[in-house]
Design a protein around this ligand. Structure first.
Ligand SMILES: CC(C)(COP(=O)(O)OP(=O)(O)OC[C@H]1O[C@@H](n2cnc3c(N)ncnc32)[C@H](O)[C@@H]1OP(=O)(O)O)[C@@H](O)C(=O)NCCC(=O)NCCS
Length: 153
């Protein structure tokens, strides 16, 4: 990703999650190029242009842990675009791509007070495995895990 695009992603992540990642850390994130690199941009705009001009409305980044498991690194939608089904669509797209690659389960961390995200994952079959005390600077993290199933399974 171009430096300006990475910077724009960093600012969106900071705004949506409070996490202040360095550009180096973002650059080194092992995002899966095949099933885990989704960016929400306006329709009718070419992706490189959208990334450069800061027209990024959402991010879903995933890494492979092993042949059968992925971990969600980031999922977010910009404030003005929430509640319109974008996260659901991104999740469904990621799920189909991951299943096509042989992935069967997903794991992630969520802030314990983030009920919207916790409920979002719970309704998609993930369950809490436990709490992490040193994952986030200011709160507990809940580790969630669950199967990835085709819609009609
Ligand atoms: C969590 C988040 C990605 C959802 O994005 P979104 O595009 O608004 O989600 P959708 O419109 O697809 O809705 C997904 C579900 O959440 C529910 N939802 C969305 N906004 C909600 C709100 N303000 N209150 C309660 N439920 C809400 C929807 O009803 C929907 O329910 P469903 O699971 O029954 O389908 C978004 O709120 C966000 O970016 N939050 C900040 C970053 C974050 O917390 N990321 C998760 C980190 S682990």
């Amino acid at each position: 990703m171009e430096p300006q695009a990475l910077f724009n992603c960093r600012e969106l992540i900071k705004r949506c999650t409070g996490e202040d990642y360095s550009l180096e850390l973002l650059r080194s994130m092992p995002v899966s190029p095949t099933c885990g690199s989704l960016i929400l941009i306006p329709t009718g705009i070419e992706s490189q242009q959208a990334l450069k001009e800061n027209l990024i409305h959402g991010i879903l980044w995933v890494m492979r842990l092993d042949a059968h498991t992925v971990r969600i690194l980031t999922i977010l939608v910009a404030e003005d675009h929430r509640g319109q089904g974008h996260a659901t669509e991104a999740w469904n797209r990621f799920r189909r791509l991951a299943i096509d690659e042989g992935v069967g389960s997903v794991t992630l961390e969520v802030r314990q007070e983030n009920e919207i995200a916790f409920d979002f994952y719970s309704r998609r079959g993930l369950v809490a495995l436990g709490r992490l005390s040193n994952y986030y600077r200011d709160t507990f993290g809940i580790v969630m895990h669950g199967p990835l199933k085709a819609e009609d399974a």
